[in-house]
Design a protein around this ligand. Structure first.
Ligand SMILES: [Zn+2]
Length: 425
């Protein structure tokens, strides 16, 4: 700031130099107006909120146009305290994501029970059917995968999809995470080794995908790469991102996984599991044995269904909203998730090149695409899919919680959001 002020003064000095035409005409200069105060962070946040409240309808239809072939349901305990008119506090955040890590739906509930989640499941299944989307092939879940007898709660919740042939798998990373309960501390020097042994016992890179990637790297410079071994191509010329993006993971099979985990645990129970001070990684040998015995029954639940190799490491996100009233919170949530989904569709093409423009307004892109198609015969965003025109009455986020606690149903009216904003002054 001071630098540009100084430049302006220097310029004025040079034209006002004695003997010049400006000084001969006795021109006087006015001091520049005083510098304005920058708006506060709070004011900028309010402006953002009011602007986003106008976009909520677009964001909602974008989220309700998100589908998937491989879906994953996740529940996390998250206490959301709502100030102002918040008619309660949410305890659980449950979402369904797809293979691109996009969020298909998300709700807040006061407890985590099949009963409370039933309307969400029905809404999503209705949406898929109305939009003529095929039933997802796999549903990954974090608990409740197998029961001794009778239909599981999940089968009841997703009846229509089960009837359509969907299979349920236990989420591998969630399963691996369970072993942490038998670990002394995750700061132990052998912890990372144990976790990667577990992951390596369950998953491997898909051979065919890997060969294609190696072939593609070699094709760039056939002469140089002719003499480089496959291992070295992967080790030296393939980035982590490329591996993650282009190569799917496959499960090794229950028997192989059993054998490898058994070996790793037995080994780490001995001297290999001690840190420099001689402290063992496991709480006690009995603790890890007990955990391992309990988790063995899920060895089949974490395997890829026959003929499907679809496991990709999905990204997760946490959307932080400031501690605030219900309606602003809902706006932050919906706009954050719509933006997240949009960015994931950019990421679906390697290097984030799925989209050319960084705009989150679906109607704007749709209009531009339609007009450019008519006028010039090509679209501006070829990977953009217009929102599905599905008449969905699904409730998202806090609306869901409130409809359960008050019996009122329907999306929030955001008309009066300005008062929520002013209330916090
Ligand atoms: Zn299971």
């Amino acid at each position: 700031m001071l630098r540009s002020t100084s430049i302006a003064r220097t310029l004025l000095m040079s034209i006002a130099a004695p003997g010049g035409i400006v000084s001969a005409m006795r021109q006087t200069f006015q001091a520049p107006p005083a510098q304005k105060q920058l708006p506060t962070a709070q004011l900028l946040r309010h402006a953002f909120l009011l602007a986003e409240a106008n976009n909520v309808q677009d964001y909602r239809s974008q989220i309700l146009s998100t589908f998937g072939t491989v879906v994953k349901m996740d529940s996390t305990k998250k206490v959301v305290k709502l100030s102002g008119q918040g008619r309660g506090s949410a305890e659980w955040f449950t979402s369904i994501g797809n293979e691109y890590s996009q969020i298909v739906t998300f709700v807040l509930t006061c407890e985590e029970s099949a009963q409370k989640l039933l309307p969400m499941c029905r809404g999503v299944m209705d949406r898929f059917r109305l939009a003529n989307q095929p039933v997802p092939k796999i549903l990954y879940i974090d608990r409740g995968c197998c029961r001794a007898k009778g239909p599981t709660a999940l089968e009841t919740m997703f009846q229509e999809w089960f009837d359509g042939g969907m299979v349920v798998c236990l989420d591998i990373f969630h399963w691996i995470h369970r072993f942490d309960a038998a670990i002394r501390t995750d700061a132990h020097s052998k912890y990372a080794m144990f976790k990667s042994a577990l992951a390596g016992a369950v998953l491997a890179y898909n051979r065919t995908d890997l060969e294609l990637l190696i072939e593609a790297v070699r094709a760039k410079d056939p002469d140089t790469f002719r003499s480089v071994s496959e291992q070295d191509v992967v080790r030296l010329y393939v980035t982590r991102d490329q591996l993650q993006h282009h190569v799917r993971m496959v499960t090794l099979g229950a028997q192989q996984t059993f054998r490898l985990i058994h070996l790793a645990i037995e080994e780490l129970k001995g001297p290999a599991g001690l840190d420099q001070s001689g402290v063992s990684l496991f709480k006690t040998p009995a603790a890890i044995d007990e955990m391992w015995v309990a988790q063995q029954r899920h060895l089949e639940c974490i395997q890829d269904p026959p003929g499907m190799i679809m496991y990709r490491v999905a990204r997760t996100t946490t959307i932080h909203g400031p501690h605030c009233a219900a309606r602003p919170y809902q706006v932050y949530l919906i706009s954050g998730i719509a933006r997240w989904n949009c960015d994931r569709s950019s990421d679906a093409v390697f290097g984030g090149k799925g989209r050319h423009h960084r705009t989150y307004s679906a109607p704007l892109i749709h209009r531009l695409n339609t007009r450019c198609q008519q006028l010039f015969g090509e679209t501006v965003e070829e990977n953009f899919r217009a929102p599905a025109e599905v008449d969905s009455n699904e409730l998202l986020g806090l609306e869901y919680l409130f409809s359960q606690s008050t019996g009122e149903s329907g999306p929030f009216s955001l008309e009066d959001i300005i008062y929520d904003v002013q209330m916090r002054r």
